[in-house]
Design a protein around this ligand. Structure first.
Ligand code: ADP
Ligand code: MG
Length: 395
């Protein structure tokens, strides 16, 4: 346990700085996972870190989940084919590959890799399987884990940077493997696959009779077609049972391993930081290695010494009294700019207070701040700029 001292007004804690460059240059760092709530900049951060690490000589693959279309295009991600593609325009000797996760295709790949072609075909044509693979809650998170495991097993890259799905709940991402695992070896499914597992003629006969009874009843409730689908699906999946679970467990262990670093991404706003706190607690509870917090889209100003109060007072003075040396139009423009500056400084102050509150509760979580850029981040130059801010080039 760390002792927590109450924050004081006069000397807010600054927190430790998260040294991204040290992290990504360390050959021991093999996996970086960017997590956080939706819209805070996870995908941008993952891509920027991937590019920065590659331009510092590492062989990197970035697994993105939902890149904005223009960003995807600038990284050469035009096809949803689950294969890492080389990103063109990377400077230096490193290498950057990127891929977008296609959940359904990843699911299909698993089936194809673990079932005989005939069975694989039966599974993939099954409507139950199709709806499961496309929409089952948590499958996207699960598949991100599955893909991470695959990429790691290929052993081609020094560093894998993983973006995470825009989960509604902070817990989905870490819970997904066990949730899907327990669905797949849950009671109902064990029951449905029992005949295939038990074997032996009389047992089969007995169980099939039992199954007929059960399916008769359940069929009335759920509809016979759905049940037939489920049965086809699970009996075809039977040979693969345990496989999902085992791989999910292995990937989960991989996440806990020393070569993995989690970055929690958040905006400097109350709700986003509350979610971030949730992630930090959850990672700690699961013994996942947290590297730190990326505070993204922080407001900055070119004139930090001019306070909001002074800017507002100057704007009012200009509007009321005018200036002996300039025209009325110039005064209006100047007053407008002063007001804009005041507004920005007020936002900055609010963001700083929000950050300081987080720091006072989590003094040991290193933080790096990334300024809000004037526009969206949609090309390699934009990613490079974000990377510079993440690294030590700009403060
Ligand atoms: N530092 C930044 N400055 C300006 N725009 C940013 C910054 N970080 C992210 N964005 C923009 O914010 C939007 C959401 O970012 P994204 O990375 O897709 O978030 P997430 O993956 O968490 O949903 C994108 O349009 C992106 O270009
Ligand atoms: Mg995203």
């Amino acid at each position: 346990m760390t002792t927590r001292t109450a924050p004081t007004r006069t000397t807010p804690r600054v927190g430790t700085r998260l040294e991204i460059d040290t992290l990504i240059e360390d050959p021991e760092t093999r996996i970086v996972v960017c997590c956080g709530s939706g819209g805070v900049g996870k995908t941008t951060t993952a891509a920027a870190i991937g590019l920065r690490a590659a331009e510092r000589g590492r062989k990197v693959v970035v697994l993105t989940i939902d890149p904005a279309r223009r960003l995807a295009q600038s990284m050469g991600l035009t096809e949803l084919d689950n294969t890492p593609r080389v990103v063109k325009g990377v400077r230096g000797d490193g290498e950057l590959q990127a891929m977008m996760l296609d959940m359904k295709r990843t699911f299909d790949e698993v089936v194809l890799a673990h079932a005989e072609p005939e069975r694989a075909k039966a599974i993939m044509e099954n409507p139950f399987y199709q709806s499961l693979s496309a929409g089952f809650a948590g499958t996207q998170e699960y598949m991100a884990m599955e893909k991470l495991g695959q990429l790691r097993a290929e052993d081609h890259w020094d560093l894998i940077v993983v973006d995470t799905p825009p989960s509604r709940s902070a817990l989905d991402f870490l819970d997904a493997p066990s949730r899907l695992g327990s669905f797949l070896d849950g009671k109902v499914i064990r029951l449905l696959t029992a005949p295939a597992k038990v074997g032996g003629r009389s047992a089969m006969k007995f169980l099939n009779a039992g199954m007929g009874l059960i399916t008769g009843t359940l069929g009335k409730i759920f509809g016979a077609q759905l049940l037939t689908d489920v049965q086809t699906f699970v009996s075809a999946m039977d040979s693969m049972f345990g496989g999902f679970r085992e791989r999910a467990d292995r990937t989960y262990e991989l996440l806990k391993a020393p070569g993995t670093a989690f970055l929690v991404v958040a905006a400097p706003e109350r709700d986003a930081l509350r979610e971030a706190a949730y992630f930090v607690d959850r990672l700690a509870a699961d013994h996942m290695p947290l590297a730190g917090l990326v505070l993204n889209r922080v407001h900055t100003t070119g004139a930090p010494q001019l306070t909001a109060e002074r800017a507002l007072a100057a704007a009012e003075a200009l509007e009321e009294n005018g200036s002996p040396t300039s025209s009325a139009a110039a005064e209006t423009v100047a007053a407008g700019l002063l007001r804009l500056h005041a507004e920005r400084v007020q936002i900055m102050n609010r963001e700083r207070r929000t950050r300081d509150r987080f720091v006072s509760v989590y003094p040991d979580v290193p933080i790096v701040e990334v300024a809000a850029l004037p526009g969206d981040v949609h090309d390699l130059d934009g990613l490079r700029t974000v990377g510079d801010r993440l690294g030590s080039a700009v403060d």
